[in-house]
Design a protein around this ligand. Structure first.
Ligand SMILES: NC(=O)c1ccc[n+]([C@@H]2O[C@H](COP(=O)([O-])OP(=O)(O)OC[C@H]3O[C@@H](n4cnc5c(N)ncnc54)[C@H](OP(=O)(O)O)[C@@H]3O)[C@@H](O)[C@H]2O)c1
Length: 393
C-alpha cells in the first residue's frame, strides 16, 4: 500500500469519513507521520480524541489553506503519500505539496488494495457509523448530502425484518413471427429509422415502410442496407398516410399480412392514424401492436404548439378507443429525442431550446425502440430516460 512505513509522511484527506478512519488506522499502524484534513470543528475533535493527533497535524479540507500549512509543518518538503478524496483547486493544491517521488492515491484504489492487508493493521473495527433501515434509504442519503457525518452510513435491517421494495416490471420480450409484416409509417430518415433497425435486430423478417418522398436519400439507403445485413427484408413504399386511397394501396402492396403498425408520421397525424386503423379494419387484421409515436407535449403543452399538442392528445385517446374495442394500441409520449429525428436534425438551435425547455430528454441509443412494439398500454406510455424508463397508467 503505497510503500507506507515509519519513515513516510502521509496526508489523509477527509479523515473523519469511513475510508478516512480506516486509512488513519492503517497509516498509524505502519508508524507513519500522519497529517489529516477534516471539514468541521466536530470532526477535528473526533480525530484528536480518536487518533491522538495534535492540532498542528489537522487541517481544513474546505479550502486550499492546508497546502501552505503542511509545507510549513514539513519544512517545505511536502508529504510522501496523499490519500485523496478532494477535487478541483484542493486536488491541485494536494499535488503541489506532494514531496519529490511522492505518491497520490485515489481512495477507490486504496480500498481494493487494503482489502488484502493484514487484519492486524486495523486497530479496531469501524465503530463510527449511522445505521438506517432499507425502508429509509432517502433519509440516509439526505444525511450524507451535507457532508457533516462522521464515519459510514450503513443501510441495514435487523434479521427477519420483512422488506418490500417497489420494482419496475421487466419489459416483455416479444417474439416476431417469420411470416408477418410489420409496417412503419414515417420513413427511415427520422426516429422510424431507429425503430426499423430495432425491429430487424429483434428478429423481424419482413418490414414495410411508408413515406411521401420515398427512400432514395443517403440515410434511408444506409438503413435499408443495415436492415438487410441483419437478415430482414424491407419493402420501401411511397404513400401519403393522410390519403385513404394511398394507404389502402400501400397495404395491398406488402407481401404478407400486416401484423404490427408503428405510426411515426408527424403531418396530419389524426387523419393518418384513422386511415391506418380503417385500412386494417377493412382487411380484418388482428394487429399484435398499433403503436403511435406521440409526444409528451400532449400532456404538458408546448409554447406555440397547440395544434401539435392536440394531435398528440388525440393519439393517446385513440389508443384508449382501440382498447375499448379489444384491440392492441399504444401511444408513446416521447420526450425530446436528442440524437435523431426532427428536433435534432431540422430545427434551429434557438428554436429547439425554446421548444424543448422543461422537457425530459432521451436518445435513440437509449433504445426507445423497445417500447415501440408494446402490444398495449392502458392508454398512454410516457417515455423518459432520466429516472424511470417508462411510466404507464
Ligand atoms: N424527434 C423528437 O424529438 C420527437 C419527440 C416527440 C415525439 N416525436 C414524434 O415521433 C414521430 C417521428 O418524429 P421524427 O422526429 O422522426 O420526425 P421526422 O424526422 O419528421 O420524420 C417523420 C417522417 O414521416 C414522414 N411523413 C410525414 N408525413 C407523412 C405522411 N403524411 N405520410 C407518410 N409519411 C409521412 C416524413 O417523410 P416524408 O416527408 O418523405 O413523407 C418524415 O421522414 C413523430 O410523430 C413525432 O411527432 C418526435
Amino acid at each position: 500500500m503505497a510503500d507506507i512505513d515509519d519513515r513516510k509522511t502521509v496526508l489523509i484527506h477527509s479523515a473523519a469519513g469511513g475510508v478516512g478512519i480506516a486509512s488513519m488506522q492503517l497509516a498509524q499502524y505502519a508508524g507513519a507521520d500522519v497529517f489529516s484534513t477534516v471539514g468541521s470543528p466536530d470532526k477535528r475533535e473526533f480525530i484528536k480524541s480518536t487518533f491522538g493527533l495534535d492540532d498542528d497535524h489537522i487541517f481544513n479540507s474546505g479550502n486550499t489553506s492546508f497546502g501552505d500549512q503542511i509545507m510549513a509543518a514539513t519544512a517545505d518538503r511536502g508529504v510522501d503519500i496523499i490519500l485523496n478524496s478532494l477535487t478541483g483547486d484542493m486536488l491541485d493544491e494536494s499535488f503541489r505539496i506532494l514531496a519529490d517521488g511522492g505518491m497520490m492515491v485515489e481512495t477507490d484504489h486504496l480500498i481494493s488494495r487494503s482489502l488484502n492487508c493484514s487484519r492486524d493493521a486495523m486497530s479496531s473495527p469501524l465503530t463510527q457509523f449511522t445505521s438506517s433501515p432499507f425502508t429509509d434509504v432517502p433519509n440516509a442519503v439526505g444525511f450524507l448530502r451535507p457532508g457533516k457525518h462522521i464515519g459510514k452510513v450503513v443501510i441495514s435491517n435487523r434479521p427477519n425484518t420483512k422488506i418490500s421494495v417497489p420494482v419496475l416490471r421487466a419489459l416483455k420480450h416479444l417474439h416476431f413471427r417469420d411470416d408477418a409484416t410489420y409496417l412503419i409509417v414515417g420513413g427511415l430518415r427520422g426516429l422510424c429509422g431507429a425503430v426499423a433497425i430495432y425491429l430487424a435486430k429483434s428478429g423481424t423478417k419482413q418490414l414495410a415502410v411508408i413515406s411521401r418522398s420515398g427512400h432514395t436519400d443517403k440515410k434511408s439507403r444506409s438503413i435499408v442496407k443495415q436492415i438487410k445485413a441483419l437478415g430482414s427484408n424491407i419493402d420501401v413504399l411511397t404513400a401519403d398516410v393522410t390519403s385513404k386511397g394511398e394507404v389502402q394501396r400501400a397495404f395491398n402492396q406488402t407481401a404478407y399480412p400486416r401484423d404490427g403498425i408503428i405510426q411515426g408520421a408527424m403531418v396530419l397525424r389524426m387523419q393518418g392514424t384513422w386511415n391506418l386503423h380503417e385500412a386494417a379494419e377493412k382487411l380484418n387484421l388482428e394487429l399484435e401492436f398499433f403503436t403511435m409515436l406521440s409526444s409528451i407535449s400532449g400532456v404538458i403543452g408546448q409554447h406555440e404548439q397547440a395544434n401539435y399538442a392536440a394531435a398528440n392528445l388525440f393519439l393517446d385517446s385513440f389508443a384508449a378507443h382501440r382498447h375499448q374495442r379489444g384491440q392492441a394500441a399504444c401511444s408513446i409520449d416521447l420526450g425530446v429525442i436528442e440524437d435523431d429525428g426532427f428536433i435534432a436534425t431540422q430545427m434551429r438551435a434557438s428554436r429547439r431550446s425554446t421548444l424543448t425547455a422543461g422537457h425530459s430528454r432521451a436518445s435513440t441509443t437509449g433504445s426507445f425502440g423497445r417500447f415501440s412494439t408494446f402490444p398495449s398500454c392502458s392508454s398512454r406510455a410516457i417515455f423518459r430516460t432520466r429516472r424511470r424508463p417508462l411510466r404507464k397508467w
